[in-house]
Design a protein. Structure first.
Length: 277
């Protein structure tokens, strides 16, 4: 059975390798990191789809020379996509949806993603339940159809949980990956299970973890900026007061930072000063 924690960790490690690699990785190279997991064809396709989907920041770095007509088409589609895709089957949710902040990214990659969702088939409740039962019985052929049918729910969930458009696409990817992992886990379990609740729970948990991790990184960055400013001011103040450059011990006493942390900050300041020269 696929170890989900190891699989998820490997996914993120390979994503970082792809992001920092000077040359694009081939599909074969990507899958080589998962060879010991013995993924089936559907799992391999999911991995490739997840890792090879462009992120918003990557797209922003690329120069595009698309015709104005195509840009206008995307803009026109965007004006109607929110309402048509997000509330296509439930007009009663309009007031709730309108009250939510507009967090959808404006990147063309994301607009293509919305278009893809809009083109997917919509299954009746009866058909959906039939696919769930086949999944529990071990029929892997329903994993992709179920995953496709859940793309709109993943998007709706991300929109409810996310506060801003920054990192929104990453939140959706985490939700889609959690969805696939849960489908893989449920396939063949042959137990009476509320598949809908299991999938929704997995998606929400993954998204919340992603959002909290992003917020934590932001807070760490803000804290570091504050400490850099504090140490810089302390250096200036103590130099004027003592008529010489303060020692690490004196700076630590003044700023209430540990000497080890202070040494790291001073090194950052030194590197920044060298770049400015």
């Amino acid at each position: 059975m696929l170890d989900q924690s190891v699989f998820t960790e490997t996914i993120h490690e390979v994503a970082e390798i792809i992001r920092t690699s000077a040359t694009p990785l081939s599909k074969e190279e990507i899958l080589s990191y998962f060879k010991e997991m013995e993924l089936n064809e559907q799992q391999e396709n999911m991995v490739l789809e997840f890792l090879l989907t462009p992120h918003e920041e990557e797209e922003a770095e690329e120069e595009t020379d698309e015709a104005e007509g195509e840009e206008q088409e995307v803009a026109d589609w965007q004006e109607t996509s929110d309402a048509s895709v997000l509330a296509q089957n439930d007009s009663g949710k309009k007031e709730e949806k309108n009250a939510e902040p507009d967090v959808l990214p404006e990147s063309k990659v994301f607009q293509m993603y919305l278009e893809e969702i809009g083109s997917l088939p919509v299954y009746s409740g009866k058909k959906q339940e039939e696919m769930y039962q086949k999944l529990l019985a071990g029929d892997e052929s329903v994993i992709n159809p179920i995953s496709d049918s859940w793309m709109i729910k993943v998007l709706e969930t991300a929109r409810k949980l996310a506060v801003t458009s920054e990192g929104f696409e990453d939140v959706i990817q985490e939700g889609n990956m959690a969805l696939f992992l849960k489908l893989t886990e449920l396939c063949g379990c042959e137990e009476k299970t509320d598949v809908e609740a299991e999938l929704q729970g997995a998606v929400e948990t993954a998204m919340k973890s992603s959002i909290l991790a992003e917020e934590g990184e932001d807070e760490d960055e803000k804290a570091m900026v504050g400490k850099l400013a504090l140490v810089n001011e302390a250096k200036k103040y103590l130099a004027e007061e003592k008529g010489r450059e303060a020692t690490v011990h004196e700076l630590a006493a003044y700023t209430q930072l540990t000497e080890e942390e202070l040494s790291d900050i001073l090194l950052l300041i030194q590197k920044a000063d060298q770049k400015d020269k």
